[in-house]
Design a protein around this ligand. Structure first.
Ligand code: NAD
Ligand code: UFG
Length: 339
């Protein structure tokens, strides 16, 4: 019996693959490598000393994807695969709806056909209606502001409806807050293509000198220092949350949505200051105008994760800053380093 990990060559997927293998699960990985590198797969194998089938397939292609179900005894799916850049989704909505929704529908049709009834889905805090009271709980109102977010919202709906109709299905919707950090080895980490959109990859590339300076998007928010506050969570804690979700899905049916966050908010300047202090490096920055679509503060109420999964975040902000920097220093060009 194996867990099918879609998008397993990506940032969160690769860390989760390592944790699953270390826990003793067998895995099968599918990724079209549209936003990742085959070296991540090699590094997962190197870190764990374990081998597993890897398919460089397009999930939206039903015939290709069916081969995976035919050739392996899958009993659970962790569905990371998807396009994830908020700004790009506004420019290319059709591409986002097509890729994220069609891949999920294809996967679900095949799960039904091959009698696979457990799925863990990568959702996001972005499904919560902007302006929701913080810390935000799973029962808060849902509404999105961009096509990327709506794909998460729609997939949550699709999976919930399937689990309602198919009473033996188990659907766990994991709503991640802001994943940062990397594996302690520095062998796997986040490797964005082009200029990073997200804060921490921008900081690490600035500290390295690849980028000149960080633009802090707004210092006039209603927060302790005026800069935006988010709930940053170490990718290793997040990966562990998926192992707990798999265990939960093994013995429960129905749908449950669970926040994976720390419950602690840090501002942009908190992150910059912690990063500089922990790593002894400088991160030059300027204050820039607010970024369209950003809100002042987002952080999780993580109590349901503790109650339902027995999971809580363990890593500190210092761990996150140290591990992000180790990965970036050891891999100045990401997985492209050795090319
Ligand atoms: P990532 O881009 O590193 O990983 C996603 C992987 O999916 C990539 O390797 C990509 O090549 C693959 N992929 C995309 N479309 C595919 C398709 N049609 N067929 C096969 N493979 C495909 O992203 P990540 O940061 O690891 O995020 C994983 C998941 O978590 C995504 O669904 C993302 O939306 C969600 N998420 C991420 C964050 C974040 O800040 N990183 C926050 C909330 C939710
Ligand atoms: N920020 C900067 N400068 C930058 C980049 C970011 O000041 O160059 C600030 C943002 O304004 C925000 C904070 O850093 O206050 C975090 O921004 P990120 O882009 O790293 O993360 P977001 O919270 O905007 O978005 C993340 C994921 C999305 C997801 C969302 C859900 O990237 O995919 O969380 O809450 F939808």
């Amino acid at each position: 019996m194996s867990i099918l990990v879609t998008g397993g060559a990506g940032y969160i997927g690769s860390h989760t693959c390592v944790k699953l293998l270390e826990t003793g699960y067998d895995i099968v990985v599918v990724d079209n490598l549209s936003n990742s590198n085959i070296k991540a797969i090699d590094r997962i194998k190197q870190l764990t000393g374990k081998d597993f089938p890897f398919y460089k397939y397009e999930l939206c292609d039903e015939a290709q994807t069916e081969k995976i179900f035919k050739e392996n005894d899958i009993n659970c799916v962790i569905h990371f695969a998807g396009l994830k850049a908020v700004g790009e989704s506004v420019e290319k909505p059709l591409e986002y709806y097509d890729n994220n929704i069609v891949s999920t529908l294809t996967l679900c049709k095949l799960m039904k056909k091959y009698d696979v009834k457990q799925i863990i889905f990568s959702s996001s805090a972005t499904v919560y209606k902007p302006g929701s009271p913080m810390p935000v709980s799973e029962t808060a109102e849902l509404a999105c502001t961009n096509p990327y977010g709506w794909t998460k919202y729609m997939i949550e709906r699709i999976l919930t409806d399937i689990a309602f109709a198919e009473k033996q299905w188990s659907v766990v919707l994991l709503r991640y807050f802001n994943p940062i950090g990397a594996h302690e080895s520095g062998l796997i980490g986040e490797d964005p293509t082009g200029i990073p959109n997200n804060l921490v990859p921008y900081i690490t590339q600035t500290a390295l000198g690849r980028l000149e300076k960080l633009s802090v998007f707004g210092n006039d928010y209603d927060t302790h220092d005026g800069t935006g506050v988010r709930d940053y969570i170490h990718v290793q804690d997040l990966a562990r949350g998926h192992v707990d979700a798999v265990r939960y899905a093994e013995s429960n049916t129905g749908t449950t949505a669970i926040n994976l966050g720390t419950g602690q908010g840090y501002s942009v300047l908190d992150i910059v200051n912690a990063f500089e202090k922990v790593n002894g490096v400088k991160v030059p920055y300027v204050i820039a105008p607010r970024r369209a679509g950003d809100v002042a503060t987002v952080y999780a109420n993580p109590t349901k994760a503790k109650e339902v999964l027995g999971w809580e975040a363990e890593k500190t902000l210092e761990d996150m800053c140290r591990d992000s920097w180790r990965w970036q220093k050891q891999n100045p060009k990401g997985y492209g380093t050795e090319e």
